[in-house]
Each structure stands twice: as C-alpha cells, then as structure tokens.
Design a protein. Sequence first.
Length: 249
Amino acid sequence: MRMPQWVHDLSTLLYPGTCRACGDACFQSWVCTACRGELDSLAARSRCHFCARPFATDNSPCPWCAGKSFRPLAKIAALGPYSGSLRTLILHAKFHGQWDVAEHLADSLMQQPRLAQLLGQADLLVPIPLHWARQVARGYNQAEVLAAALSRRCRLPVDELLKRIRRTEPQTRLNARLDRARNVRGAFRLVRGGASAVAGKNVVLVDDVMTTAATLRSAARTLLTARPASISAVVVAVADPIRADFEMI
C-alpha cells in the first residue's frame, strides 16, 4: 500500500534527510538550499566551449586552450569548477563509498545545454578505467558509475574499451603539468575488439575530475589509433592546475 502524501510530508518534517554535501538537515532534496545555490552558481560560471575551463566573461578568448581544446579531444563538457559543494560531493563519491551521488550528479550534468548537445551527437560512452588493483581497493570505479548513470538518461551505450595497463601514481600527488603527462603516457590500451567498436564513431570519454587533461588526452590518443570520427569528454568538474580557483594563469 502506498504511503499517503500527508504521512510522507509529516515524516519528512519530523525526520528530515541530510544534505549529501554539508550534512545539514534538508527537506525534499539530496542537497540543502545553500549547497544547491552553490552548485547552481558553479554551473552558471562562464566557460570555454571547448575545454570547459571557466573564465571572466562569455565570448572572451580562452586563456587556457585558445579555443583549440586539448587535442586530440574535440570538446570537453563539465558541470562546473572543482570547488565548494561540488568538490565535496565528488570526494564523497570517490573515496567514501557514496557511489549513488553519481546518479544525482548525472541529473545535474544532463541539465547543462552544452552537455546535452555533446551527447546528442555521440555514439557511445567510454569511462576512464582504474588500474585493477586500485579498483579492487576502492570497490568500484566512479567513472564507470557516472557513465552508466548518464547512459540511462541519454540512452547511449557504455563500452569499457580501455584498459589501464600501468598502475600510475595518483595524479593528485603531482603538480607539474609535464609530470602528470609523463605519469599517464602509455597507461592505456584498447581491449580486444575495441578497434572495431570505435572506428567511425563519435566517442565521449567519461571521468570525474579534469585538471591538466593529461589522463583524458592519454586515453584519447589510445582511442585515436582505432580511427574514431571524433573524441570528446564529459567530466563532473574541472580543477585549476595551479589551485588559484581560475583567478590567474
């Protein structure tokens, strides 16, 4: 028997849920009003149409990629900068077992017009893989969870076409752009049969956070050998490589 609406409303009032970002009590939502406002503010920041990094005003020249994205990636779409409530939610999903947060983040991503346009032109989603040892330790791959959540919303297939063949140092421990690039160089390979699945397709890589784009570019170069029509990427958040909240470069 379905619970009467007034009973549901009363139970929510007496026993409110907690905000998944800050832990405060919240009603009828997964985040509180304050954290929702912060997420909306981050998502509304002006950003480059190619690399998704925020900048001062719309139609300004991008100081990060000069309007050329990060080749061989054609475009990158993101929910917002890796800051505040968005950063907290990603950390909860990534390191604290709250993988269901990815479902809510996928909903927020699908509300972004640029993402909807990108996925509308895509043929398949490919999550960035973890090394098997790291995935065993963590219990799941947050990029796979996010890709599956997006797939259910946009009806695109998810294909785990990449395998991480080296257990690389976590990128968060490296600061220099060149160190990050060297760390993931040659870290991926196509799985058997992957070339035929990629050839001629518009492929979208999926990951949680992009900083220098080194991981995404390494994965894209591996896919490039199979001659896809295009390679783009979707991430939840974009982090400032110099940790200045994109106020300077």
